[in-house]
Design a protein around this ligand. Structure first.
Ligand code: ZN
Ligand code: ZN
Length: 420
């Protein structure tokens, strides 16, 4: 029996692991600079959490969520996104009591039953930022700044920040009424999904992927024209703060966001050069979500991005993402006595944080030197029976061929050479 990986998933193999580590670590570092701390939640939650937060009618809940029942017939879901679990934890652990503002980030796998395609998987890795506790437009700009600064530091060019405001519950109602008026005359010509969303969530008609629906949306009213005074001012301040932070943006009225809990600022970070799947990250304000899932009414903003597309983009631009670790030294041990006697020394080196490779199955000098070369090690440590007796070890620089004799001590002599 031969087993295959489930469709739409992938293994991160050792030849790529260090790149993932590098990118994840760099995200952690940039987020910390803004005062954000890591939160890790389980990969499954009660399914209702996502039904309540994303909306029963959303694609995520309707078509994409992995649901399962446990032995006690409780319904869980593999998390399709990271915000609802973070907010669940925020409310459950009373983080609002500990501080008036909470700055969190997360990294981990998410799950959606979706058609797999380039850069899109059923298990995918996301990073995300959540700021909870203030409606100040500064924080909208701050979370955007984290993403933009990070991508810039990674070396990514050809980035675009697209910005929109989806308003609040008050102005969204006016806007949705205007949208219904606009679409009503053509309602019978739209696809069944659009017909279904017309009443519940008319703004979703703006991002329907069915080609025959597209012509009917040209000239549709834009949310920005329907913002009330508060939302208009909020959006203007976000724009001004971004400009003051030297972050360029374009306004894109068609950013609607798939989920129901977004209010005010919505944004997307686009990398040109990924084809149709060109969005690296997206997010926005979700002032209504915390109350919606059982907390107090507390404003918040956040975003999430995917590592898969980011890594494709970074590789396309030829950006080096760390280096695969190579041994500091390769131990070449000749003779039975030497092989038996060298163990304490090998152990001591590793305790001193030296990466030593050792292969007890190779015994010919030629094979051992070849292996040392292949390993990429800078040095070979050579010990035979007579060296062991004399308490000596030979350290050979594999690049220059230079060789020195060092005492077979507790590893100190070798560490001194390696660090110099
Ligand atoms: Zn409003
Ligand atoms: Zn449609």
């Amino acid at each position: 029996m031969k087993y295959n990986i489930p469709r739409g998933t992938f293994d991160i193999l050792p030849k790529d692991s260090y790149k993932w580590q590098f990118v994840m670590d760099s995200f952690r570092k940039v987020a910390s600079r803004f005062g954000y701390e890591e939160i890790t939640t389980p990969i499954f939650e009660v399914a209702e959490l996502f039904e309540r937060s994303s909306g029963e009618s959303s694609d995520v809940v309707q078509k994409e969520m992995y649901r399962f029942s446990d032995r006690k017939e409780r319904t869980f879901a593999l998390r399709p996104e990271g915000t609802a679990p973070v907010v669940r934890s925020y409310v459950e652990n009373h983080l609002d009591v500990l501080s008036s503002r909470t700055k969190l980030f997360y990294i981990g796998p998410m799950f959606r039953y979706d058609r797999p395609q380039a850069g899109r998987y059923r298990q995918f890795y996301q990073y995300g930022i959540e700021f909870i506790g203030s409606d100040n437009p500064y924080y909208d700009a701050e979370v955007i700044a984290i993403e933009m600064l990070w991508l810039k530091e990674l070396g990514l060019k050809n980035l675009r920040l697209e910005l929109n405001s989806v308003g609040c519950a008050t102005c969204a109602a006016d806007y949705e009424a205007a949208l219904r008026e606009f679409f009503r005359p053509n309602l019978d010509k739209l696809c069944p999904d659009c017909a279904k969303r017309f009443d519940i969530k008319p703004r979703r008609l703006l991002d329907c992927k069915v080609p025959s629906c597209k012509p009917f949306r040209s000239g549709a009213p834009a949310q920005l024209d329907y913002l009330d005074a508060h939302c208009k001012e909020h959006f203007a301040k976000v724009c001004d703060t971004l400009t003051a932070m030297d972050i360029a943006y374009t306004i894109n009225p068609s950013i609607v966001r798939g989920l129901d809990y977004y209010t005010n600022t919505a944004f997307e970070v686009i990398y040109d050069g990924l084809g149709a799947q060109n969005s690296l990250a997206g997010g926005g304000r979700y002032n209504g979500l915390i109350e919606q899932i059982g907390g107090k009414s507390i404003p918040a903003i956040g975003f999430a991005g995917g590592f898969e597309r980011l890594l494709i983009a970074l590789e396309q631009e030829g950006i080096q993402l760390g280096t695969r670790p190579v041994p500091d030294a390769y131990l070449i041990c000749l003779g039975d006595k030497a092989r038996a006697g060298i163990m304490p020394y090998l152990n001591a080196l590793r305790q001193k944080d030296v990466y030593v490779d050792y292969d007890p199955d190779k015994s010919s000098l030629k094979a051992l030197f070849k292996a040392a070369d292949t390993s990429g090690a800078r040095f070979a440590l050579i010990v035979g029976d007579s060296e062991l007796e004399a308490k000596q070890v030979n350290l050979k620089n594999l690049q220059t061929g230079e060789q020195v004799s060092l005492p077979l001590d507790g590893g100190e002599a070798v560490v001194q050479v390696l660090k110099s």
